[in-house]
Structures are given as C-alpha cells and as structure tokens.
Design a binder for this molecule. Structure first.
Ligand SMILES: Nc1nc2c(c(=O)[nH]1)N[C@H]1C(S)=C(S)[C@@H](COP(=O)(O)OP(=O)(O)OC[C@H]3O[C@@H](n4cnc5c(=O)[nH]c(N)nc54)[C@H](O)[C@@H]3O)O[C@H]1N2
Ligand SMILES: Nc1nc2c(c(=O)[nH]1)N[C@H]1C(S)=C(S)[C@@H](COP(=O)(O)OP(=O)(O)OC[C@H]3O[C@@H](n4cnc5c(=O)[nH]c(N)nc54)[C@H](O)[C@@H]3O)O[C@H]1N2
Ligand SMILES: [Mo]
Length: 766
C-alpha cells in the first residue's frame, strides 16, 4: 500500500460522529480481533475495569456508557487480535527479511506468544523457555559494566512494573533509564518546572466547567486524545472560546459530533469548536504569543482611569518575578518581526490578545507542537508568561496543561524511571532497602543513542516501545544498534527494533492491559497515572493470548532475580511478583506524600489525585515564585530561514499509535492510500515548480553538527507531493517514515527532546 498515489479527498465529516464508528469497525476487521473483543471495550476506563492502553487523557469519575474513543478502541482491538506470531511463524523468515517488512507488516503477524532468542547462525528468532531466558540474560548482564547498560521504558507499563524496573536498574548499578518521555514531554518536565515548579499540568477536570477561554497549541485532539473533545464541546456550549495555534487546520479542533449523543449523530449538526484559528508557521508560537502579550500590555497601558485593570497586579506582585525584563523584551519586539517569525498577521495576534483580556478564566493546553522544537521550553515559557499576566494559574477554571502521550508515561517518571539522580528517591531506597544507588546521572534517549553510535553502549533492555524506529537519524542509529552485545525486548508485537538484534537478542512476550494477570495471590490489579495526575487501578478480564505469556511485572522480577541473585535481601522480588499490593505498599512507603494508602485509594472513581503544588500557588522554582521569562529567540526552530529551505513537521495520522500503524488512512485530514507523502502549500508548490503527485526527496538542511563535524547526508526519497492548507515555508509528513531526516543533535536546548516539529529540509526532484 505504501508508495501508492495518495488520494486527498477532503473529509467533510466532523470529528467523532459516524466516521469514528467506521474507523473502529475497520480496525476490528484489519486487526482480526475476536468478536468478543468488542464486548471487552465496555469495561474500558471504568472503575473496576481496565484502563485504556492508548493516550493518557484523564478517566472521569462519572464515565460515559462508552468511555473510550475511536483510537482507544483501535488500540485495544489491535492488542486483542486473533493472529499469533508464534515461534513457527518466526521460523519462516530470517530477521533480515523481517526487517525489510516494516512495522505495519510486522505487527500484523499478531501477538508474540513465547520467549524467543536470536540465533545468528540461522539469522532467525527461535523458541526458548523462560528459565533459560532469565538465566542467560542475567549471566550476561553480570558480565558487563552496568554503566554500559540501558533500561528503556516506553510509557505504557503500569506503575507497579515501572517502580520495580527503576529499582532493579539502580540496584544493578546504573541510572540509564530513558523513557519515551525523552522524545515527547521532557520539554515540559524541564521547561514547565523551571517557570512554575511543576513538571506536570496544573488543570483538573472541573476546570473545564469554569474556563472562559482556552489557548490550545500544537496538539491534535481529534486523533491523539479524542476523549478531551467531550469537555471541550461542553465548555464551548457554555460560551468558552477556543483559540487554536497550529500550522494545520486540524479537523478535531474545528468541529465535533458526539458519538454518544444519538440526536447529534442523527441530525449531524456538529459543534463548532474553535473561536479563532491561528495558523502559525512551524515554531511560530513564541512570536505569536509575544504578539498576544504585547497587545494585552498595550490594553493595560491604554485603559482609562476608571477602567478595570487588565493585568492581575496583586497576583503579579505576590506570586511572580521577572515581569520587567519580560516587558522590556516585548517593547523591543517589532510587529513586523513578530509577523515574520509567527506567520500570523498583527491583527490576528491582537484579536487573540483581546479575547485573552476579556476572559476571566483562561487555560493553556499544548502538545508536541511546542515540546518538539529546539527552543520548545521557551515556547512553554511564553505560554506561561501569557497565563501569569492575569493570574491564570492556581485558580478555578485556569491552568497550564500538557496533554501527555502514552497511557502511563507521566506515572513512569513519578515512580522513579528517570536518568536524573536528583529526581530519584535515593534516600528512601537507602531507608527501605539498604540500597546505595549509583551517583552518576544516567543516559537520556539522546545520550543513549550517542553511546550506541560511539560503541560504548553494550546492552539494551526495552520495557515496550520501538525505540530504534521512534528516534532520529535512523540510518546512523540502525547501523550502530546491531553492535550491542545484548538486546532484550519486553513486547507484545514484533517491530523493527526487534529486527535489529544485538550479538545476543531476546524477545520476552507479555500480557496486554486488557488481559487477566493471575499471580500466586490471585487476580492482580495494576495502576497508572493520567495527564491530570490521577492514579487509577486497572484490572482485566480477557484470557491471555497464549499460556506462556508473563506480565511485565513478572518479567521485571524474573530479570532482576536472575541478575542480582541474593545480593539485596530486602528486594523481595518473589513476594512482589506474587502480590502486587505489596509493590504498591513499597510505592506508598517511597512516596508517602503522594501515594499514602495507594491500595485503598486507587479504586476511587476517577482515580486519586496526587496533588500539584503550583495549583495551590506554591511555586517550587529556584526563585520560589512563578517566573516570567524573556525569550531569546522569536521562532522555536533551531535553524532559521534560507533560500530553498523549508521547515518540516513530522506528525501522526489518524491510523497509527506512534510506530504502530493501523492502516494507511488519515481520515480527519482527508488523506488516504499512502504514508510516503509531503503536505505542501499550493503557492509553495507553484514556486518550486511542483505539481500534485510529483515524487520528490527531502534532504536535511541543518548544516553540520555542532563542533563542525560533517555528517552523512540525511535523505528520504519517494515522497509524493500533496497540496495542503499550510503556512508558507512549512511542510508536513509522517513520523516515523521521515525520522531519518532528523539529526540526533537537533534537539531541544534544555531537555534534549528531538526537535521533530521543525526539521530544516530542502527539496530534491527525483
Ligand atoms: N491515536 C493516537 N493517539 C496518540 C498517539 C498516536 O500516535 N495515535 N500518540 C500518543 C503520544 S506518545 C503522544 S506524545 C501524543 C501526541 O499528541 P500530539 O501532541 O497531538 O502530537 P502530534 O500528532 O505529533 O501533533 C502535534 C500537533 O502539533 C501541530 N504542530 C506542529 N508543529 C507546530 C508548531 O510549531 N506550533 C504549533 N502550535 N503546532 C504545531 C501539528 O500540526 C499537530 O496538530 O498522542 C498520544 N496519543
Ligand atoms: N519524527 C518524530 N519522531 C517521534 C515523534 C514525532 O512526533 N515525530 N514522537 C515521539 C514520541 S511523542 C514518542 S512517545 C515516541 C514513541 O516511541 P516508543 O514508545 O518507543 O514507540 P511505540 O511506537 O509507542 O512502541 C510500540 C511497540 O511497543 C510494544 N508494545 C505495545 N504495547 C505494549 C505493552 O503493553 N507492553 C509492552 N511491553 N510492549 C508493548 C509493541 O511491541 C509495539 O510494537 O516516538 C517519538 N518519535
Ligand atoms: Mo509521546
């Protein structure tokens, strides 16, 4: 299918509605889920049921009849396929052949059923048993320097296995604990923390009942967090105004038909969502928000003696620092420069400024469109600047909220999966387990990949994910990846990373979220944290896809025992594996302020809230206040404009979950048939002499690596040009197909998140 000429019929339906029902039905067919899998969906995101394995949007206290979206349903049905990737199926192909198939075909082989090990002599994965797998992996880990080993986590594994995974890493001897967050919201963890002292969002569900305006930047809810559309729709129906900043006119931000509302489904009158749509160019948010703030300040200065203040002076005086410097930067900024850097007209920024000033309660919501830029933390800082001007944090109906990705990515960080020692519960490990942990910070994703490329990384364990394909610089990384001595993957389905075996390589298959997890003490619960810092229990009722499957918790315990032996008597792997409530006791003992009585509270409808200081206007920043920051750049891209240079946005289609591709349609954008496409503004096409359907290559145009090293050319060929409504100079296409274009060194300045939303490229005709 890939490579066929795409059809670009404009999708006329709204987000949600019948289209989403069809979308689910199609995946049910493609994934070959068993008919009873559809029944399983009714338990999704319900108290007593299992939590969705797709995004991290919050689980409401009072769930809808079907508290899942098109894409959450797809994720579950995809997990519950009837196809099985058994050792017999694997025996039919060499790993070299498998690698050439690509992620879509690999996942279509079905669920992995038994542990397999790589045999270099036959270039095949072959059946193994759990005891051998644990013993041999443990022995090999004992023989290498722990500092050369990395334990990756992809954001899906629950709090219980994640807590143990981090503990295992540190007991073994490293802090090399990158997770998918390093490619995602790490910019939030660092950038938001810097300015308001919180590494996570401050909003709660009830804020949607009071919000008057929402600034919605760089996030595509129709595809990536569809359940947020319900509170957005209710807010709009109450009169809330949504001001969107996005280079693409994303359908999900324009209109919504509630698939749970029979009248709206029948009559089909969608709710219009956006009040104003600001089509910023790639990286244009810093300048756009500066323009908005500039106008708010101008309104304050222009007000008459009897007019109410525009700024919240009391809040600013009591709670913030840095306003003067920030105002000086705004005053020095020229409107023409702001227009150029943002791609917006002055009038648009002024209109958004008026809307901001007129709204009593404002929320800022954002996603990858802010975080995946070289100056992404400055963009987040600018959004916070805007909110602080009128005290829009720490009050009902206000706040700043990133929309998180994987269903437990935020929670994995909360319970210790972090490469940064100062974020690890080192004292508690000592107190509870007599454990001295390594003092050196570990590798994040970029540092790990650099170690892979320079040969110092010797072993990799992946708790989920498809890391080698989710990262930048495929060509360089894939070549070096195979030089590792040991690669181990805890996984549900086969993917490209598994097909890049190290000298020794194992795949350890695990249960999915919707499957029964039975241990010595009985049927287990697990738990996860959502975008709003609520912790919910999850328990599943599906029979596992095969008998030999183990839970992620059991696999982590098995690996830890085999590696550490009896070295740490207080690390009770057997007891933890037998009864997960004991792991939750350990989590509660490690984080008493947030997780006290975790076992008792996790079944609260909607989960329990672990609290947020910034929401209470307690600012855990360096200054002890919320910080206005003056941006040092106008555009968030790391490389500026030049003749023939475009900035490429890599994004998700409606038919994928990261590297898991469900199909070749992107319904809400009206695209179908191929993922090898580049979206381009018609006038840019004309200027470049291109017509619809022309095949081109994109070549990276970022200059050389810092330090002057000349790097291999980065190029993706065979891309079809599709005309699309985009700002001048901005192109868009799909992740992960376009990842070979992102240089490993092209990442966010503070967090090292790869800058996948503003990749400088030029076009080559082929
Ligand atoms: N169905 C489904 N759900 C998912 C995922 C999935 O792949 N499929 N992935 C999950 C994960 S891990 C994550 S992190 C989230 C990701 O969810 P999102 O944060 O929505 O991520 P993207 O799809 O990458 O799209 C980001 C949006 O930013 C816009 N954008 C790009 N560049 C800029 C810019 O410079 N400025 C602004 N203002 N906007 C810009 C794009 O047009 C796009 O609408 O979704 C999660 N949920
Ligand atoms: N160019 C570009 N690159 C990007 C992005 C982008 O927008 N543009 N987005 C980035 C972002 S936000 C993220 S989060 C990363 C994602 O990076 P990853 O998290 O590494 O990738 P996924 O595609 O989510 O991983 C899919 C694989 O996880 C395994 N899996 C699925 N479910 C389970 C489970 O329940 N347990 C276990 N153990 N394994 C499971 C399956 O084998 C599946 O093939 O990619 C990043 N890369
Ligand atoms: Mo993500």
């Amino acid at each position: 299918m890939a490579g066929d000429l795409p059809t670009s019929k404009r999708y006329r339906g709204a987000t949600g509605g019948w289209g989403s029902v069809e979308g689910i039905a199609r995946v049910e067919l493609t994934a070959r889920a068993s008919p009873s899998a559809l029944l399983t969906l009714k338990d999704q995101n319900k108290p007593g049921g299992y939590m969705c394995a797709s995004c991290a949007w919050t689980k409401p206290e009072d769930p809808l009849a079907f508290e899942f979206c098109e894409n959450g349903a797809k994720a579950t049905l995809w997990d519950l396929t009837r196809d099985r990737c058994t050792p017999e199926v694997l025996a039919q192909h060499t790993v070299t052949e498998l690698r050439a198939m690509g992620d879509y075909a690999l996942e279509m082989l079905g669920r992995l059923t038994e542990p397999v090990r790589y045999n270099p002599a036959t270039d095949r994965y072959e059946r193994a048993d759990w005891n051998t797998a644990f013993a041999e992996i443990g022995a090999q880990l004992r023989s290498v320097d722990p500092q050369s080993v990395t334990f990756y986590a992809s954001g899906k594994a629950a709090l219980e296995p994640s807590y143990l995974y981090a503990l295992f890493a540190r007991a073994y001897g490293h802090n090399n604990l990158p997770d998918s967050s390093n490619m995602c919201h790490e910019t939030t963890s660092v950038g938001l923390k810097k300015v308001i002292g919180s590494s996570v969002g401050t909003c709660q569900m009830e804020d949607f009942d009071h919000v008057d305006a929402i600034f919605y930047l760089g996030q595509n809810p129709g595809t990536n967090s569809p359940r947020i559309l319900h509170p957005l729709k209710s807010a709009v129906e109450r009169g809330c105004k949504i001001i969107v900043f996005n280079p693409l006119k994303e359908k999900g931000l324009r209109e919504f038909v509630d698939p749970q509302n029979p009248v709206q489904m029948t009559v089909g009158n969608p709710t219009k969502l956006d009040h104003q749509y600001c089509q910023v160019r790639s990286g244009g948010d810093i300048a756009a928000l500066m323009g908005v703030c500039k106008h708010v300040i101008a309104m304050e200065r222009a007000r008459g003696p009897n007019d109410p203040a525009v700024l919240d002076h009391a809040f600013i005086a009591q709670h913030t620092t840095g306003l003067d410097d920030f105002m000086a930067t705004l005053d020095a900024a020229d409107w023409a420069d702001l227009e150029r850097a943002s791609g917006l007209a002055r009038a648009e920024m002024e209109a958004a400024g008026r809307c901001y000033a007129q709204a009593k309660n404002v929320m800022g919501i954002y996603g990858m469109g802010l975080t995946q830029h070289v100056h992404g933390s400055q963009a987040i800082g600018m959004l916070v600047n805007l909110l602080l001007l009128r005290g829009n944090i720490g009050r009902k109906g206000t706040g700043c909220s990133p929309i998180r990705g994987h269903s437990n990515v935020q929670g994995q960080r909360t319970v210790g999966i972090t490469e940064k020692v100062h974020l690890a519960p080192v004292e508690k490990y000592r107190e509870l387990f007599d454990l001295e942990t390594p003092e050196r910070d570990g590798h994040n994703t970029v540092a790990f990949l650099e170690a892979v490329c320079d040969g110092s990384a010797k072993a990799f364990i992946g708790l989920g994910g498809n890391l080698a394909n989710a990262v930048p610089d495929h060509v360089r990384v894939h070549e070096a990846w195979r030089n590792m001595e040991l690669t181990v993957h805890v996984a549900t389905k086969l993917n490209t990373t598994h097909c890049l075996p190290g000298q020794a390589s194992w795949i350890l298959p695990c249960l999915v979220r919707a499957e029964i997890d039975e241990q010595a003490s009985g049927h287990q619960w697990v738990s996860m944290e959502d975008s709003f810092s609520h912790i919910s229990g999850s328990r599943a009722y599906r029979t596992p896809a095969s008998d030999p499957l183990l839970s992620e918790t059991a696999i982590v315990c098995g690996l830890a025992k085999a590696t550490l032996g009896a070295r740490h008597p207080k690390l009770t792997w057997d007891a933890w594996q037998a009864d997960y409530s004991r792991i939750r006791d350990a989590i509660a003992a490690t984080y008493p302020d947030e997780f006290a009585d975790m076992n008792g509270r996790m079944t609260t409808p909607g989960g329990f809230f672990r609290g947020n200081a910034a929401r209470e206007r307690v600012w855990k920043t360096q200054s002890g206040k919320a910080e206005f920051t003056a941006p040092t750049v106008l555009n968030a891209c790391g490389v500026g404009d030049a003749e023939g240079r475009f900035h490429l946005v890599t994004l998700r289609s409606n038919d994928q979950f990261n590297t898991t591709i469900y199909g070749h349609d992107d319904r809400l954008r009206g695209l179908s048939g191929s993922r090898m496409i580049v979206l381009m503004k018609p006038s840019d096409m004309q200027a470049a002499g291109l017509a619809e359907g022309d095949t081109i290559a994109l070549v990276t145009d970022a200059g050389d690596a810092p330090g002057g090293a000349v790097e291999a050319q980065r190029k993706v060929a065979g891309l079809k040009v599709v005309p699309y409504d985009l700002p001048t100079g901005t192109l868009a296409g799909y992740f992960p197909e376009l990842n070979p274009l992102v240089p490993l060194w092209y990442h966010e300045e503070l967090s090292q998140t790869p800058a996948s939303k503003g990749v400088p490229v030029r076009i080559e005709r082929t």
